[in-house]
Design a protein around this ligand. Structure first.
Ligand SMILES: [Zn+2]
Length: 304
């Protein structure tokens, strides 16, 4: 029987690729420093666009095989991030990608948007019982940018925390992904002169569907040492992120900081000690008592 590491981090994401784009450096950082990182992906992403012309026939409106293909992309991404514990909520294919808000795909009987909240949360509680994460990461109530599956991932994850709390096994801290307004403002300024401006037509961060006032940010995870791992993980999702994406040109222009620094708000739990004008934590486990109350001995014999 093996025992899990003392620090255990659970991430709940909507589709394959969200983990790499939103939290890839944080995942790679914690995996590389000996924490146990568990990724739960809620759908296999059947409704995504396809940016690889040779794979166009996989599309939902054609062969409807994109989800199966993306399972392989996600496996490659997890390998790049050094993450070995990955599951699909309820098993691969239990919940279908709902597509963008308002589309007919929202109504599919297996669409994650239609999921029974307690059933879906129950799958997550079972994972919490097995892994006993002290820290969980998911999205805010708007799913960071409004995609139905991201909103639903938020609802399911937060419901799972409620159910786990009844059993006394809820994570001690719950974070939501976030982007500080100051970082967005710097990005807008830096891109004004660029020919490849992803913010073209946007004059103010007020026009963006995300952006958190700096004082509301709780944690700034500087994982710049993992920026190459994050970029490799993103490139594994080739059907979703074109090789010519502005994401990669930003990485080229701004280097490690753009790829390697990720931000979070603290939704539940007690903020630990931090630094800077707003006391941003530099560690998601900051302030936790890993030798005592917040440490759960976990047998990991059955772990994949
Ligand atoms: Zn997504």
């Amino acid at each position: 029987m093996t025992t899990l590491p003392d620090r255990r981090l659970l991430l709940v994401h909507a589709h394959p690729d969200d983990e790499s784009i939103g939290t890839g450096s944080t995942m790679a950082h914690y995996a590389a420093t000996g924490a146990h990182v568990t990724l739960v992906t809620c759908t296999v992403g059947e409704e995504g666009e396809i940016h690889v012309p040779q794979l166009a026939e996989l599309a939902a409106a054609k062969a409807d095989q994109l989800g199966g293909y993306r399972i392989g992309e996600l496996a490659t991404a997890c390998a790049a991030l050094g993450v070995t514990d990955h599951r699909f909520l309820g098993g691969a294919g239990r919940y279908r990608d709902s597509g963008m808000m308002g589309l007919a795909s929202n109504e599919h009987p297996r669409a994650f948007w239609q999921a029974d909240l307690d059933e879906a949360a129950g799958y997550l509680v079972a994972i919490m019982q097995e892994v006993r994460p002290q820290v969980m990461i998911t999205y805010d109530a708007n799913g960071f940018y409004g995609h139905p599956d991201h909103i639903q991932a938020h609802r399911v994850a937060m419901r799972a925390v409620e159910l786990a709390a009844v059993e006394g096994i809820a994570p001690a801290k719950v974070y939501w992904t976030a982007m500080p307004r100051s970082v967005l403002e710097a990005g807008l300024d830096a891109f004004t002169e660029s020919s490849d401006n992803p913010f073209a037509g946007i004059d103010s961060v007020d026009d963006l569907p995300f952006g958190t006032p700096d004082p509301e940010i709780a944690a700034r995870i500087d994982a710049t040492e993992q920026h190459a791992a994050k970029e490799a993980a993103m490139r594994a999702h080739a059907t979703q992120i074109p090789a010519t994406s502005w994401l990669y040109s930003i990485a080229g222009n701004f280097g490690a900081e753009f790829m390697g620094v990720e931000y979070f708000t603290l939704a539940l739990g007690k903020k630990g000690p931090g630094r800077g004008p707003y006391g941003w934590e530099d560690d998601l486990f900051a302030g936790l008592d890993l030798d005592g109350r917040d440490r759960f001995p976990v047998a990991a014999a059955g772990l994949r």
